[in-house]
Write a new protein. Structure first.
Ligand code: GDP
Ligand code: ZN
Length: 308
């Protein structure tokens, strides 16, 4: 019987069967995924084949369907292993704030590079609009033009004052959305608003944040009341950039990619080459300096920890 994985806690999986009931499952033997060294063979969002254990209420996962896509990050301690955050995703949403806390541009850009590299549409929700003063609104306007120009969706919201939440609901309807963001930006508050029937689960998540020790907590999927799924990623502050070749990096900055055909060299990395269309656009203010600086930092493999 087919099922959809809603949660994994290492050895146990919460799977919704095609009949609609939840079944606690284990893996049947060792499931291996070709070509990818992962710490978790099954992730939230996976479609799996399950068999009921004889005489029990529990099930066994015997097969994982081919994934449409997935997001991964490097495992915290095992640098050559990966952790699959979630699979079969329609869009990735980053909750950011101009103030309380101040989300760094580079943090946003690293998020965008990773999801863009996996071909997953990205949305930035800028929360706490209700407390923004002039300087914050200026920065919001900058973000708005930078990220709209780059081809991403950006929407200012206030979870507390319920500004633009109808648009958020529309954006999420019928889709599987991964929600990400630094702690303090209002991600749990947003979940609570969108999932009025999941109070207990959301409370658990915010308690985890306060403890701050659950660095390897697993993602969990929730059903949205009007169709679609939300995947929360507690403890995963950034999706991060994993294994992108420096020479390919500019492909994941859409506004750079558009200009690449106009660079003199077809393998231009837009740093020291002459007649580079990206550098020219930067000089002319058509490409944002913050985007270019993020590009350089990721290109030079600067440590991600500095930008959280
Ligand atoms: P999380 O760490 O991202 O899950 O953030 P929380 O949902 O726990 O929110 C962090 C703090 O920001 C809490 O004190 C919330 O009450 C507050 N907060 C959340 N949304 C808003 C908002 O739209 N406006 C304001 N002013 N505060 C908010
Ligand atoms: Zn170039």
């Amino acid at each position: 019987m087919k099922g959809l994985v809603y949660k994994s806690t290492g050895s146990w999986y919460k799977v919704r069967s095609h009949k609609g009931n939840f079944i606690v499952c284990r893996l049947k033997g060792k499931l291996r995924i070709k070509g990818l060294k992962v710490t978790n063979p099954v992730s939230v969002g996976d479609i799996v084949e399950i068999e009921m254990e004889k005489g029990k209420e529990t099930g066994l996962i015997s097969k994982i369907d081919t994934r449409k896509n997935y997001l991964i990050r490097k495992s915290v301690n095992l640098s050559k292993q990966y952790h699959i955050i979630a699979s079969n995703i329609d869009q990735a949403v980053l909750v950011a704030t101009v103030t309380q806390p101040n989300t760094l541009n580079e943090f946003i850009d690293r998020f965008l590079v990773s999801v863009t590299a996996y071909n997953i549409p990205a949305v930035i929700l800028v929360n706490k609009l209700d407390v923004y003063e002039d300087e914050h609104l200026n920065r919001l306007a900058d973000w708005n033009s930078i990220y709209t120009n780059a081809g991403y969706t950006i929407l200012p919201i206030s979870v507390e004052k319920e500004i633009n939440l109808d648009k958020v609901k529309k954006l999420f309807k019928g889709k599987t959305t991964v929600l990400s963001g630094n702690s303090g930006v209002g991600k749990s508050s947003l979940l609570k608003k969108l999932l009025p029937n999941e109070e207990i689960a959301v409370k658990e998540i915010s308690e985890m944040h306060q403890q701050g020790v659950h660095t390897t907590t697993f993602a969990e999927m929730y059903d949205l009341p009007n169709g679609g799924h939300l995947i929360d990623t507690p403890g995963i502050r950034g999706i991060g950039v994993v294994d992108i070749e420096p020479k390919e990096l500019s492909n994941y900055f859409p506004e750079f990619l558009k200009l690449k055909p106009f660079c003199k060299f077809n393998n231009c990395v837009h740093i020291n080459e002459p007649n580079c269309a990206v550098k020219k656009a930067l000089d002319e203010g058509e490409i944002a300096l913050s985007r270019y600086n993020s590009y350089l930092s990721i290109f030079n493999n600067d440590q991600e920890e500095n930008y959280r």
